[in-house]
Design a protein around this ligand. Structure first.
Ligand code: HEC
Length: 108
């Protein structure tokens, strides 16, 4: 196999690795930390996740729903925060991983 082909295979393997191995922590850092803080401490852009009962005592299905559908307008729970929870940030599989991370490792 030539070098170029090997490089291509490497890239493809890397991509599937990301698709399969993407864990909640990496997704969170990439897509959520900008508003919710690197450790879930919250910011002016988003409420805290650490110690938040919606997560610590919440239902994974509800959590997944917010992650996928967002929350804005009348549904907003934090009127003091100017922004919304955007919708469409994660696929269904990603939202499962994220919900697990938010209820698990992030709370440690
Ligand atoms: C642009 C900023 C922004 C980004 C990016 C963002 N969020 Fe949010 N998120 C918010 C805001 C604002 C709210 C609160 C909306 C409200 O007033 O109810 C929120 C609410 C939530 C809630 C509900 C919290 C509660 O106490 O009810 C969860 C869960 C959540 N976000 C998860 C995520 C996840 C997971 C990601 C990454 C995929 C993410 N958010 C990315 C701004 C953001």
């Amino acid at each position: 196999m030539g070098l170029k082909k090997m490089a291509l295979v490497g890239v493809l393997l890397g991509m599937t690795g990301i698709a399969w191995g993407a864990d909640g922590a990496a997704l969170y850092a990439a897509k959520c930390a900008s508003c919710h803080g690197g450790k879930g401490e919250g910011s002016v852009m988003g409420p805290p996740h650490k110690g938040n009962p919606f997560l610590t005592q919440g239902n994974p299905i509800e959590i997944k729903k917010v992650i996928m559908e967002g929350r804005s307008g009348e549904a907003k729970k934090y009127p003091k925060l100017p922004g919304d929870m955007p919708k469409g940030l994660a696929t269904s599989a990603e939202a499962d991983d994220l919900a697990k991370f938010l209820q698990g490792d992030l709370q440690k």
